[in-house]
Ligand binder design. Structure first.
Ligand code: AMP
Length: 288
């Protein structure tokens, strides 16, 4: 497998990608913040099959972090990421600096109303504005035909689908299922923050989602009942119930709009954001 090419300059990459498009190449794109794990690798494998040229971006985007969030301590390991990129057949790795993405005077942002407002939007003001802006910029630099995102960040995917439709961006948006550890924990770059006992406690997220799934299969269609069942498990279950767990939200929502689900709806999304110790984790499951 050939080593992927590394490009840092946005204008150089854009020039190359425009030329590749003109030459009839199909460009597949996976945007990430790096510190790659098996979830990212699954996205890359999915994207690899969808294009001739596979582009991975690694950029810890400052504008999507709040002032008290973990931008400075977000884990980074570019050499290791490059090894994974090579193994997954990435052609080009885009590694911009924050100065090249946001030069002095940059003052344009993308705001997606509605779908970005509840849940993560409410708990992390400005987060989706940062995400939508950087993804719009990345789309214009990379010029992809198709971009693959994880369902792990379900609301992000919904926001980006909305943005892509509203701005007539010529990009196919693909959602990839959540990749989990064998014990159910959704893979996340932030899992490295968890101590062993916090990690055990974190299993209550996937357990509460599994409980909602089984209630839904049994015919439960009352969002309040599903939410209560999930909360019960998050608060009390697990051998390490002593580890502090703070629930940011447990929500049963419409999977497209992220608005509260109606009782009896045929499709509902259970979305969770929970702090285990100092680490904020999100997870979700579609009930349908
Ligand atoms: P991040 O580097 O955390 O910004 O994530 C980059 C992409 O990988 C996003 O589209 C995420 O939704 C996706 N992703 C992260 N973790 C997972 C996972 N466990 N399963 C599937 N996709 C994931």
């Amino acid at each position: 497998m050939a080593e992927p090419r590394q490009i840092a300059d946005p204008a150089s990459l854009q020039r190359e990608m425009l030329a590749a498009r003109a030459a009839g190449k199909r460009i597949a794109f996976v945007p990430t913040m790096g510190y790659l794990h098996e979830g990212h690798a699954a996205l890359l494998r999915d994207a690899r099959r969808r294009g001739d040229l596979l582009v991975l971006s690694i950029f810890v985007n400052p504008t999507q972090f709040g002032p008290h969030e973990d931008f400075d301590r977000y884990p980074r390991d570019v050499p290791r990421d490059l090894t994974i990129a090579e193994k997954e057949g990435v052609d080009v790795v885009f590694l911009p600096t924050k100065e090249s993405m946001y030069p002095p005077g940059a003052s344009t942002a993308v705001d997606v109303a509605g779908v970005s407002e509840p849940l993560e939007g409410e708990k992390r003001p400005g987060h989706f504005r940062g995400v939508a802006t950087v993804v719009a910029k990345l789309f214009l630099i990379v010029q992809p035909h198709v971009a693959v995102f994880g369902e792990k960040d379900w609301q992000q995917l919904a926001v980006l689908r909305r943005m892509t439709a509203d701005l007539n961006l010529p990009v196919e948006i693909v959602g990839h299922p959540i990749v989990r550890e064998p014990d159910g924990l959704a893979l996340s770059s932030r899992n490295v923050y968890l101590s062993p006992s916090e990690r055990t406690r974190a299993l209550s997220l996937s357990r509460s989602l599994a409980e909602c799934e089984s209630l839904f299969r049994g015919g439960e269609r009352d969002p309040a009942a599903l939410r209560a069942a999930a909360e019960q498990i998050l608060r009390h279950e697990g051998p390490d119930a002593a580890i502090p767990v703070t629930i940011d939200y447990v929500a049963i929502v419409d999977p497209d709009t992220m608005q509260p689900a109606a009782a009896g709806a045929p499709r509902m999304l259970v979305a969770l954001a929970v702090r285990v110790g100092r680490t904020r984790l999100i997870d979700n499951r579609l009930l349908a």
